[in-house]
Design a protein around this ligand. Sequence first.
Ligand code: ADP
Ligand code: SF4
Length: 691
Amino acid sequence: MARDPRYDILFEPLKIGPVTAPNRFYQAPHCNGMGRLFPDSMIAMRGMKAEGGWGIVATEQCDFHPTGDVTPFTETRLWGDMDVPYLAGMTDAVHKHGSLAALELVHNGHDTGNIYSREVPIGPMHRPVSWHYHPVQARAMDLGDIRAYRRWHRNAALRAKQAGFDIIVVYAGHDGTVPSHFLSRRHNQRGDEYGGPLENRLRLYRELLEDTLETVGDTMGVIARFAVDEMMGPDGLEWQNEGRDAIEMLAELPDLWDVNVSDWSNDSMTSRFAPEGYQEDYVAFVKQVSSKPVAAVGRYTSPDTMVSAIRRGVVDMICAARPSIADPFLPRKIDEGRADDIRECIGCNICAAWNNLSAPIRCTQNPTMGEEWRKGWHPEEIAAKGSDTHVLVIGAGPAGLEAAHALGKRGYRVTMAEASAAAGGRVSRESALPNLNAWARVRDYRLGQIAQMPNVDLYLNSPMSAGEVLEFGANHVALATGATWRRDGVGRHIHTPVAGADLPLAFSPDDIMDGKRPPKGPVVVFDDDHYYMGGVMAEWLAGEGYAVTLATPGLCVSSWTEYTLEQGHIEKRLVDLGVEILPRHNLVALGAGGVELVDLVTASRDNRPGALVAVTMRLPNDALYHSLNGTPEKLAAAGVASIRRIGDCHGPSTIAAAVYEGHRYARELDTETDPDGVPFKTVRYDLECGR
Ligand code: ADP
Ligand code: SF4
């Protein structure tokens, strides 16, 4: 199909100093948990972005000196010549598709504990390092250190050139790099020419930009990636004050401004807390004070919003990390007139979580993310079917929908049976929870794709029994029947049902999602799940006027959401709603008088009046699977060659895991897999590098 002419502007080339981007799509630097530790995976993932049409493909942050050692995080690294070849592998993969490769030079200064390199951390002042509360201090850089720092940065730029990069990104963002630490009044109270007035605090960043331009600027573009606001009011940088002044002072220096807000949890806000394009209010001024092109992120997934941001003079180039993870082929789809096929990011930050866990990136929407090399999975291509067989998929939640979608793409005949009146399973239920509506995109993308496939049929209101499955006579059966929340307290900290769990005052998240409610009054949400559901239940009930206490054995509310960068935002929202938060508390029992809790530190008991919403764990809905699996002779007689559980019915987990399992099932049908082997490619880099 031809491109919609409304989107032509997105495909105009853009000059960035001496280089030219082929279009207006800039895959922003984004961490991926692969970096230097899984270079083949990192290279294949970046190459896929270029194949998908991103005009600029950047690395994640690339550390350039052992004094800024980010261990245990697995970013790219450019400490010396030995690091050039694998980065050259990435530039080759990107250039193969006509895109520009950018490298983001980063030194995290007084954030890192340098637990691998054992170098003393450095920063503008003496102060303890911030990450992990390591018992380590950074020392204040003297003028000799600053000269050395500039030299390391220049050397790294030269090595980047050697590796074939086209662009250097000089980074002062996220409250996380040496130049941003110097810029900050909070962090910098120096008395020399690098402290005091803004001009002095900005000096190091100016010098880094000038050094880079002087060293490689004749052949490479130089992007200034700069946070203009820290979203903390006058305690930090504000776009109306020093944020704007700083841009004005350096306005014409870089070849392109890539502007955002700080810190990372504000820059990568989830859809639960911010809509598409939310950074525009902060960065819109930049084009008014500089004649250089401007790029900005904002979780843009809609081409209309992108065009509007350019036409309104907010940006010249669309910068995107998460939209490029959810759909590496987003630009190509717009170019080919297939914008409806875009797999839109849902803004859940599972991608960020895996990076923060130092493991290869995963994406809720894109099951192939991080698997491009390891499993050879292409986000848009899949092998044709291995046989002329008919697959019955039971359950149209994320696992079932993705299985049917990918099986359909392979050309299988697929029938989906869904018990309820609507497709989407947990995604439909959970996207109706407060501020989670963007999650419905997991369902909507797949329904949209399946609707175009004549070989896939979806039947709603079709609960399947074992007899009906046998009667149906499919060759393969995938059970994606989901899981159900317990309401009896059993989970991580409680291993047998609590007394009183059978009382009508005990509720599970499923009960609440089904519309059941305790009598108006006090409610204790007991959260032993630690991801989003406990906090969402508290938010919902508090919003309806209940007096909510959230008790959790964790150290804080929704503790796992530290990884998704949401914990602080969640806690603030609950506090604003008047929710009482009781960390380090376990559930003891439920009675007519209320909910009994125990303080895990002091062992003191506390009785709270009201009802209980227990958010602890889910049990797989696998009765159908077991009844079918228990009668192999009947299966054989019915011509069923295989039955498999997928998604939450197999092992309750994240939506990302359910989508992945559905996809994997479809990929592996009619292929040989070794049940005893490792189900992906691995390399022992430490031995094979020959040193
Ligand atoms: P997952 O996350 O693994 O995809 P979900 O809980 O989101 O799981 O979805 C499971 C879906 O399966 C639900 O929509 C549910 O209505 C459906 N389902 C469960 N049991 C049956 C059954 N016996 N027949 C048809 N559909 C079923
Ligand atoms: Fe978007 Fe979630 Fe995928 Fe990250 S994991 S790219 S936030 S859908």
